[in-house]
Design a protein around this ligand. Sequence first.
Ligand code: ADP
Length: 237
Amino acid sequence: MSIHVTNLSKSYGHQLALKGISFKASPGRILGFLGPNGAGKSTTMKILSGSLSPSSGQSVVCGFDIQQDSLAARRHIGYLPENNPLNTDMYVREALDFMAGMHGIRHKNARIDEVIRLTGLNPEQHKKINQLSKGYRQRVGLAQAILHDPDVLILDEPTSGLDPNQLQDIRSLIKQFSLEKTVLLSTHIMQEVEAICDDVVIINQGEIIADFALSKLHTIYPEDNLEKLFIRLTANK
Ligand code: ADP
């Protein structure tokens, strides 16, 4: 298992945002992390990326406990936060160079050339980020996330706000990355899950309410398609 979450809880003041969730994600697979707004997806992803501390429970990435062994765990994690917060005043290569420096990557220029090629940024690589379309900004976010060649990618709504062509391009990239990595991806788009995910975890009000391989959907829930299942499990709760 590349991601192993056990009994993870998080309170913000009096509000319990995660109520002891547990799940696993495996290499070479994309896990779609679904839930209505406020369910706890971003909170989980922030904890898994090492940018937020849980209240209790354990999260292990590639054998490293994120709280106990944060630096080692983070070497294996690439994170694209919700809304892809980029420094838009930077040039594309400058932003990648900055991130490569943070990771202490040797042979920076060669690696930057490689991720530019992998993410299809070649035609836009000399522009400032604020001159890029939303689709290309997402590519920069993904390029930053894969720079240090992590085994695990945590992508918080990576296709939100993209037009159909951009969406297709970013999904293809994610699919390509998943051949060699474990991908945990949150989304609201059920077609996206059907198009690229292997596994599904549904979270509602801080609790996991379904966890299955997509190929087993019709065996486990014979009367539902994914959208119906999602609505049925998360409505009126
Ligand atoms: P999702 O990503 O599924 O929309 P979040 O993880 O962002 O859900 O939020 C889960 C719950 O925690 C929500 O009720 C949200 O309002 C609350 N929450 C998230 N971040 C904070 C914060 N910094 N302070 C207080 N409450 C928060």
